[in-house]
Write a protein that binds this ligand. Structure first.
Ligand SMILES: Nc1ncnc2c1ncn2[C@@H]1O[C@H](COP(=O)(O)OP(=O)(O)OP(=O)(O)O)[C@@H](O)[C@H]1O
Ligand SMILES: Cc1ncc(CO)c(N)n1
Length: 268
Protein backbone atom coordinates (compact mmCIF):
# COMPACT_ATOMS: atom_id res chain seq x y z
CA UNK A 1 0.00 0.00 0.00
CA UNK A 2 1.17 3.52 -0.77
CA UNK A 3 1.71 5.87 2.17
CA UNK A 4 1.47 9.57 2.92
CA UNK A 5 2.59 11.62 5.91
CA UNK A 6 0.95 14.85 7.04
CA UNK A 7 2.96 17.33 9.10
CA UNK A 8 0.30 19.72 10.39
CA UNK A 9 -1.82 20.98 13.27
CA UNK A 10 -4.63 19.13 15.01
CA UNK A 11 -8.19 20.50 14.67
CA UNK A 12 -10.31 19.21 17.57
CA UNK A 13 -13.44 19.84 15.47
CA UNK A 14 -12.22 17.28 12.93
CA UNK A 15 -12.81 19.42 9.83
CA UNK A 16 -9.34 20.74 9.00
CA UNK A 17 -5.70 20.01 9.83
CA UNK A 18 -4.40 16.53 10.62
CA UNK A 19 -7.94 15.13 10.88
CA UNK A 20 -8.98 16.28 7.39
CA UNK A 21 -5.65 15.10 5.97
CA UNK A 22 -5.96 11.56 7.35
CA UNK A 23 -9.60 11.30 6.16
CA UNK A 24 -8.59 12.40 2.66
CA UNK A 25 -5.64 9.94 2.58
CA UNK A 26 -7.93 7.07 3.57
CA UNK A 27 -10.60 7.99 1.03
CA UNK A 28 -7.87 7.96 -1.65
CA UNK A 29 -6.78 4.47 -0.57
CA UNK A 30 -3.45 5.61 0.89
CA UNK A 31 -2.09 4.71 4.35
CA UNK A 32 -1.90 7.90 6.41
CA UNK A 33 0.63 8.94 9.08
CA UNK A 34 0.88 12.17 11.06
CA UNK A 35 3.39 14.46 12.70
CA UNK A 36 1.55 16.98 14.89
CA UNK A 37 3.08 20.47 15.00
CA UNK A 38 0.44 22.18 17.15
CA UNK A 39 -2.82 21.37 18.90
CA UNK A 40 -5.69 23.78 18.26
CA UNK A 41 -8.84 23.95 20.37
CA UNK A 42 -11.13 24.56 17.41
CA UNK A 43 -14.67 24.02 16.16
CA UNK A 44 -16.63 25.11 13.09
CA UNK A 45 -16.84 28.66 14.46
CA UNK A 46 -13.49 29.58 15.99
CA UNK A 47 -9.98 28.73 17.10
CA UNK A 48 -10.03 29.15 20.90
CA UNK A 49 -6.40 28.41 21.70
CA UNK A 50 -3.24 26.91 20.25
CA UNK A 51 -0.47 24.90 21.91
CA UNK A 52 2.67 24.49 19.83
CA UNK A 53 4.31 21.09 20.20
CA UNK A 54 7.84 21.08 21.60
CA UNK A 55 10.42 21.19 18.81
CA UNK A 56 12.26 18.05 19.93
CA UNK A 57 8.98 16.09 19.85
CA UNK A 58 8.27 17.30 16.29
CA UNK A 59 11.74 16.14 15.23
CA UNK A 60 11.26 12.81 17.03
CA UNK A 61 7.91 12.20 15.31
CA UNK A 62 9.45 12.81 11.86
CA UNK A 63 12.41 10.56 12.61
CA UNK A 64 10.28 7.82 14.16
CA UNK A 65 8.21 7.61 10.98
CA UNK A 66 11.02 7.86 8.41
CA UNK A 67 13.45 5.59 10.27
CA UNK A 68 10.94 2.74 10.09
CA UNK A 69 8.26 3.27 7.44
CA UNK A 70 8.45 4.10 3.70
CA UNK A 71 6.91 7.53 3.05
CA UNK A 72 5.67 7.97 -0.53
CA UNK A 73 4.56 11.59 -0.14
CA UNK A 74 4.56 14.33 2.49
CA UNK A 75 1.98 17.06 3.00
CA UNK A 76 2.87 20.08 5.17
CA UNK A 77 0.09 22.19 6.70
CA UNK A 78 0.03 24.43 9.80
CA UNK A 79 3.55 25.24 11.03
CA UNK A 80 2.67 27.91 13.61
CA UNK A 81 6.16 29.29 14.31
CA UNK A 82 9.46 30.03 12.57
CA UNK A 83 11.19 27.51 14.84
CA UNK A 84 8.75 24.77 13.82
CA UNK A 85 9.22 25.58 10.12
CA UNK A 86 12.98 25.32 10.60
CA UNK A 87 12.94 22.03 12.50
CA UNK A 88 10.57 20.49 9.91
CA UNK A 89 12.78 21.63 7.01
CA UNK A 90 15.98 20.47 8.73
CA UNK A 91 14.51 17.09 9.69
CA UNK A 92 13.18 16.42 6.18
CA UNK A 93 16.59 17.33 4.73
CA UNK A 94 17.93 14.03 6.10
CA UNK A 95 15.26 11.89 4.37
CA UNK A 96 14.76 13.70 1.04
CA UNK A 97 11.12 12.65 0.43
CA UNK A 98 10.24 12.45 -3.26
CA UNK A 99 7.07 14.58 -3.02
CA UNK A 100 6.40 17.45 -0.59
CA UNK A 101 3.07 19.25 -0.98
CA UNK A 102 3.02 22.48 1.05
CA UNK A 103 -0.26 24.13 2.04
CA UNK A 104 1.03 27.46 3.41
CA UNK A 105 -1.66 27.75 6.10
CA UNK A 106 -1.66 31.26 7.61
CA UNK A 107 -5.05 32.34 8.98
CA UNK A 108 -8.19 30.34 9.92
CA UNK A 109 -11.57 31.23 8.37
CA UNK A 110 -12.42 33.00 11.65
CA UNK A 111 -9.26 35.15 11.42
CA UNK A 112 -7.01 33.35 13.94
CA UNK A 113 -3.31 33.36 13.01
CA UNK A 114 -2.14 29.76 12.52
CA UNK A 115 1.27 30.98 11.34
CA UNK A 116 2.86 33.76 13.35
CA UNK A 117 3.54 36.84 11.20
CA UNK A 118 7.27 36.67 11.95
CA UNK A 119 7.33 33.06 10.68
CA UNK A 120 6.52 34.02 7.07
CA UNK A 121 10.20 34.50 6.23
CA UNK A 122 11.07 31.03 7.62
CA UNK A 123 8.26 29.58 5.48
CA UNK A 124 9.73 31.33 2.44
CA UNK A 125 13.37 30.52 3.13
CA UNK A 126 13.17 27.00 4.57
CA UNK A 127 9.93 25.33 3.44
CA UNK A 128 9.13 26.72 -0.01
CA UNK A 129 12.47 25.59 -1.52
CA UNK A 130 11.70 21.95 -0.59
CA UNK A 131 8.16 22.06 -2.03
CA UNK A 132 7.31 19.85 -4.99
CA UNK A 133 4.07 21.85 -5.04
CA UNK A 134 2.79 24.77 -2.96
CA UNK A 135 -0.97 25.40 -2.76
CA UNK A 136 -1.65 28.96 -1.53
CA UNK A 137 -5.10 30.54 -1.51
CA UNK A 138 -5.33 34.14 -2.73
CA UNK A 139 -4.67 35.88 0.65
CA UNK A 140 -1.70 33.57 1.34
CA UNK A 141 -0.24 34.24 -2.11
CA UNK A 142 -0.67 38.00 -1.51
CA UNK A 143 1.40 37.71 1.67
CA UNK A 144 4.09 35.66 -0.09
CA UNK A 145 4.48 38.08 -3.02
CA UNK A 146 3.51 41.28 -1.14
CA UNK A 147 1.12 42.35 -3.93
CA UNK A 148 -2.67 42.24 -4.44
CA UNK A 149 -4.31 39.61 -6.68
CA UNK A 150 -7.62 40.54 -8.33
CA UNK A 151 -7.70 38.81 -11.73
CA UNK A 152 -6.62 35.76 -13.71
CA UNK A 153 -3.70 37.77 -15.04
CA UNK A 154 -2.64 38.68 -11.48
CA UNK A 155 -2.85 34.97 -10.62
CA UNK A 156 -0.42 34.13 -13.45
CA UNK A 157 2.02 36.81 -12.22
CA UNK A 158 1.70 35.48 -8.67
CA UNK A 159 2.47 31.91 -9.78
CA UNK A 160 5.64 33.11 -11.50
CA UNK A 161 6.72 35.06 -8.40
CA UNK A 162 6.06 32.15 -6.02
CA UNK A 163 7.85 29.75 -8.37
CA UNK A 164 10.82 32.13 -8.24
CA UNK A 165 10.89 31.64 -4.44
CA UNK A 166 11.97 28.06 -5.11
CA UNK A 167 8.84 25.88 -5.23
CA UNK A 168 8.95 23.40 -8.12
CA UNK A 169 5.29 24.00 -8.93
CA UNK A 170 2.49 26.28 -7.73
CA UNK A 171 -1.26 25.67 -7.49
CA UNK A 172 -2.90 29.03 -6.78
CA UNK A 173 -6.46 28.46 -5.54
CA UNK A 174 -9.02 30.92 -6.85
CA UNK A 175 -11.77 30.18 -4.29
CA UNK A 176 -11.35 33.56 -2.59
CA UNK A 177 -11.96 35.58 -5.78
CA UNK A 178 -15.50 36.36 -6.98
CA UNK A 179 -17.13 34.00 -9.46
CA UNK A 180 -16.30 30.37 -10.08
CA UNK A 181 -13.41 28.92 -8.02
CA UNK A 182 -10.88 28.33 -10.80
CA UNK A 183 -7.40 27.25 -9.69
CA UNK A 184 -4.19 27.85 -11.64
CA UNK A 185 -1.35 25.31 -11.83
CA UNK A 186 2.14 26.40 -12.91
CA UNK A 187 4.73 23.64 -13.16
CA UNK A 188 7.63 25.91 -14.03
CA UNK A 189 6.87 25.75 -17.76
CA UNK A 190 3.15 25.52 -18.41
CA UNK A 191 0.04 27.16 -16.95
CA UNK A 192 -3.06 24.96 -16.58
CA UNK A 193 -6.42 26.26 -15.37
CA UNK A 194 -8.61 23.90 -13.34
CA UNK A 195 -12.15 25.08 -13.81
CA UNK A 196 -14.52 24.86 -10.85
CA UNK A 197 -18.18 25.68 -10.31
CA UNK A 198 -19.02 27.59 -7.15
CA UNK A 199 -21.13 25.54 -4.76
CA UNK A 200 -23.34 27.76 -2.59
CA UNK A 201 -22.59 26.58 0.93
CA UNK A 202 -21.10 27.97 4.15
CA UNK A 203 -19.67 24.53 4.93
CA UNK A 204 -16.16 24.96 3.57
CA UNK A 205 -14.07 24.34 6.69
CA UNK A 206 -10.91 22.46 5.75
CA UNK A 207 -11.20 22.73 1.97
CA UNK A 208 -7.55 23.71 1.56
CA UNK A 209 -6.31 20.90 3.82
CA UNK A 210 -8.47 18.38 1.97
CA UNK A 211 -7.28 19.50 -1.46
CA UNK A 212 -3.55 19.44 -0.63
CA UNK A 213 -3.83 16.02 1.06
CA UNK A 214 -5.70 14.55 -1.89
CA UNK A 215 -2.91 15.84 -4.17
CA UNK A 216 -0.24 14.26 -1.94
CA UNK A 217 -2.15 10.96 -1.89
CA UNK A 218 -2.32 10.87 -5.69
CA UNK A 219 1.39 11.69 -6.05
CA UNK A 220 2.06 8.84 -3.60
CA UNK A 221 0.06 6.52 -5.86
CA UNK A 222 2.30 7.44 -8.80
CA UNK A 223 0.06 9.84 -10.70
CA UNK A 224 1.68 12.78 -12.50
CA UNK A 225 1.45 16.27 -11.01
CA UNK A 226 -1.34 17.38 -13.35
CA UNK A 227 -3.29 14.12 -12.86
CA UNK A 228 -2.91 14.44 -9.09
CA UNK A 229 -4.17 18.01 -9.07
CA UNK A 230 -7.12 17.16 -11.37
CA UNK A 231 -8.09 14.16 -9.26
CA UNK A 232 -7.84 16.24 -6.07
CA UNK A 233 -9.95 19.05 -7.58
CA UNK A 234 -12.60 16.44 -8.37
CA UNK A 235 -12.32 15.11 -4.82
CA UNK A 236 -12.70 18.53 -3.15
CA UNK A 237 -15.61 19.44 -5.43
CA UNK A 238 -17.50 16.28 -4.40
CA UNK A 239 -16.50 16.80 -0.75
CA UNK A 240 -17.89 20.38 -0.81
CA UNK A 241 -21.03 19.35 -2.76
CA UNK A 242 -21.83 16.86 0.04
CA UNK A 243 -20.37 18.98 2.86
CA UNK A 244 -21.81 18.45 6.32
CA UNK A 245 -24.06 20.85 8.17
CA UNK A 246 -22.37 20.16 11.51
CA UNK A 247 -21.80 22.87 14.12
CA UNK A 248 -22.97 26.46 13.93
CA UNK A 249 -20.17 27.90 11.80
CA UNK A 250 -18.44 26.61 8.67
CA UNK A 251 -19.23 22.89 8.57
CA UNK A 252 -16.68 20.37 7.28
CA UNK A 253 -16.18 18.73 3.91
CA UNK A 254 -17.40 15.15 3.43
CA UNK A 255 -14.82 12.41 2.86
CA UNK A 256 -17.28 9.52 2.61
CA UNK A 257 -15.53 7.60 -0.13
CA UNK A 258 -18.61 6.08 -1.78
CA UNK A 259 -19.80 9.54 -2.81
CA UNK A 260 -16.51 10.24 -4.47
CA UNK A 261 -16.36 6.89 -6.24
CA UNK A 262 -19.91 7.29 -7.56
CA UNK A 263 -19.45 10.87 -8.74
CA UNK A 264 -18.97 11.08 -12.46
CA UNK A 265 -17.17 14.39 -12.51
CA UNK A 266 -14.60 15.45 -15.07
CA UNK A 267 -12.28 18.34 -14.21
CA UNK A 268 -10.87 20.19 -17.19
N1 LIG B 1 -17.73 27.31 -2.72
C1 LIG B 1 -16.89 26.53 -3.42
N2 LIG B 1 -17.37 25.73 -4.41
C2 LIG B 1 -16.53 24.94 -5.11
N3 LIG B 1 -15.20 24.89 -4.92
C3 LIG B 1 -14.67 25.67 -3.95
C4 LIG B 1 -15.48 26.53 -3.16
N4 LIG B 1 -14.67 27.18 -2.26
C5 LIG B 1 -13.42 26.73 -2.48
N5 LIG B 1 -13.42 25.84 -3.52
C6 LIG B 1 -12.26 25.09 -4.01
O1 LIG B 1 -11.75 24.37 -2.90
C7 LIG B 1 -10.32 24.29 -2.97
C8 LIG B 1 -9.74 24.90 -1.70
O2 LIG B 1 -9.69 26.30 -1.91
P1 LIG B 1 -9.81 27.44 -0.83
O3 LIG B 1 -9.42 28.69 -1.53
O4 LIG B 1 -11.14 27.37 -0.15
O5 LIG B 1 -8.70 26.98 0.19
P2 LIG B 1 -8.33 27.55 1.56
O6 LIG B 1 -8.81 28.95 1.71
O7 LIG B 1 -6.88 27.30 1.70
O8 LIG B 1 -9.14 26.63 2.55
P3 LIG B 1 -9.05 26.56 4.17
O9 LIG B 1 -10.37 26.99 4.66
O10 LIG B 1 -8.81 25.12 4.44
O11 LIG B 1 -7.92 27.45 4.60
C9 LIG B 1 -9.95 25.00 -4.26
O12 LIG B 1 -9.87 24.04 -5.30
C10 LIG B 1 -11.09 25.96 -4.49
O13 LIG B 1 -11.21 26.34 -5.83
C1 LIG C 1 -5.13 22.87 12.41
C2 LIG C 1 -5.62 23.65 11.24
N1 LIG C 1 -4.91 23.59 10.09
C3 LIG C 1 -5.34 24.29 9.01
C4 LIG C 1 -6.47 25.06 9.05
C5 LIG C 1 -6.91 25.87 7.84
O1 LIG C 1 -8.11 25.48 7.38
C6 LIG C 1 -7.20 25.08 10.27
N2 LIG C 1 -8.34 25.80 10.41
N3 LIG C 1 -6.75 24.36 11.34
Amino acid sequence: MKTALTIAGSDSGGGAGIQADLKAFSAQGVYGMSVITAVTAQNTQEVRSVQDIELSIIKDQIEAVFDDIRVDAVKIGMLSSAETAEIVANSLQKYQPKFVVVDPVMVSKGGHHLLQLEAVSALKEKIIPIATLITPNIPEAEVLIKAPIHSGEDMMEACLAIHALGAHAVLLKGGHLQGDPNDLLFDGKTFTWLQGTRIQTKNTHGTGCTLSSAIAANLAKGASLIESVQEAKKYITVAITHSLNLGNGHGPTNHFYELYNKANLVIK
